[in-house]
Design a protein around this ligand. Structure first.
Ligand SMILES: Nc1ncnc2c1ncn2[C@@H]1O[C@H](COP(=O)(O)OP(=O)(O)OP(=O)(O)O)[C@@H](O)[C@H]1O
Ligand code: SF4
Ligand SMILES: [Mg+2]
Length: 327
């Protein structure tokens, strides 16, 4: 089966001052996604998750650029596509829920207008049909009194409500791929569960593939089929979610799992990964995790290649062999 999305050796860099090297926010990232599959993309702040999403969407603006690699969507490389073709794909076939919903919403248009215009842009349908589909989409993401709220402007919604409207816009066309960047962070737990359920339903019924970007491993373990872990612009580990969470091979993944409250028994101190992510300009030569890794040695001063074991892959010279405690 051809994956719906096949990202190959993607590099996205940002130019800095003249004379200085560009910073690689995404560095040689490869992963593939089948139809209907949900991938949890995790990693600390600044690890390159959003830039990976923007790169796939063709939304990296100068001083940034995709400098190497391919983004194959149904086998067609999007990095070579012109702006008009890319616009046609966006919204209809590929959609993104941004960390900031105002990147989707227009502040001066009523929400109903924005939803129905999105529908009219790619589909032939009557005003009445568009209105009822738009209203139903608002109901699906848990907006109370959706009929009335169609007439409101974005500023009349709370932050969490605006995010829900942005999610409704993203799912309107039942796209083949949705990149959802921290979509539920601003939402309370009940609504979060509802939105997660909606994405699962979309994956099952419309075969939509989802990249779910988050810091929250608990959500990933509930929602995702596979997980990809980023650190310092690189993908350091990926594979089926249950495998990775019970038997992480990369020390950074193990550290992330250890810092999830639900994985710790009551009263036990949360494990923290010591140190901080170094800024992109200050990454050491070799493995970016060196300074924080208990297993680091002289070998780690060169960049570890990707090791493949069945459906999983990792970049580490001294992978962990044992199962995590309590898993
Ligand atoms: N427009 C830009 N110009 C320069 N550097 C940028 C730009 N956008 C992102 N970066 C850099 O790229 C790196 C990755 O950023 P990105 O936003 O993808 O991180 P992230 O994993 O999404 O973090 P968070 O969890 O905080 O959202 C960061 O070091 C950031 O400083
Ligand atoms: S390559 Fe070395 S420094 Fe990097 S995670 Fe593995 S053991 Fe740690
Ligand atoms: Mg981000």
């Amino acid at each position: 089966m051809t994956p719906i999305l096949d990202v190959r050796n993607l590099v996205t860099e940002f130019a800095t001052q003249p004379g200085n090297p560009a910073l690689k926010a995404v560095d040689d990232v490869s992963f593939a996604l089948n139809r209907g599959e949900i991938l949890g993309l995790v990693g600390e702040s600044g690890s390159g998750k959003s830039v990976t999403g923007f790169s796939i969407m063709g939304l990296v603006d100068p001083p940034g650029r995709v400098s190497q690699g391919q983004v194959l969507f149904e086998g067609r490389d999007l990095t070579g596509l012109g702006p008009a073709d890319m616009r046609d794909l966006r919204g209809r076939r590929i959609a993104m829920v941004f960390q900031d919903p105002m990147m989707t919403l227009n502040p001066v248009l009523r929400v109903g207008t924005q939803l129905t215009e999105t529908l009219h842009a790619h589909e032939q349908l009557s005003r009445r049909e568009a209105w009822s589909r738009a209203r139903d989409a608002l109901a699906m993401v848990g907006i109370p009194s959706p009929e009335e709220r169609m007439n409101a402007y974005p500023h009349q919604f709370s932050g969490g409500m605006r995010q829900r409207v942005a999610i409704a816009i993203a799912i309107l066309h039942k796209p083949d791929l949705i990149i959802a960047d921290e979509p539920t962070t601003a939402l309370d737990v009940t609504i979060q569960a509802q939105v997660i359920h909606e994405f699962q339903r979309l994956a099952e019924t419309a075969n939509t593939a989802v990249i779910w970007i988050t810091h929250d491993l608990a959500i990933v373990s509930r929602l995702a089929d596979r997980i990809a872990v980023m650190y310092g612009g690189r993908l350091v580990e990926s594979g089926p979610v249950a495998d990775i969470l019970t038997r992480p091979r990369h020390p950074y993944t193990k550290g992330l799992i250890g810092s999830v409250p639900s994985q710790n028994s009551r009263g036990q101190r949360l494990m923290q990964i010591p140190g901080m992510t170094p800024g992109l300009g200050r990454l050491p030569a070799g493995c970016a995790f060196q300074a924080r890794c208990a297993r680091a040695d002289a070998l780690c001063r060169v960049q570890p290649e990707l090791s493949i074991e069945g459906e999983r892959g990792y970049r580490c010279f001294h992978p962990i062999a044992e199962q995590v405690a309590g898993a």
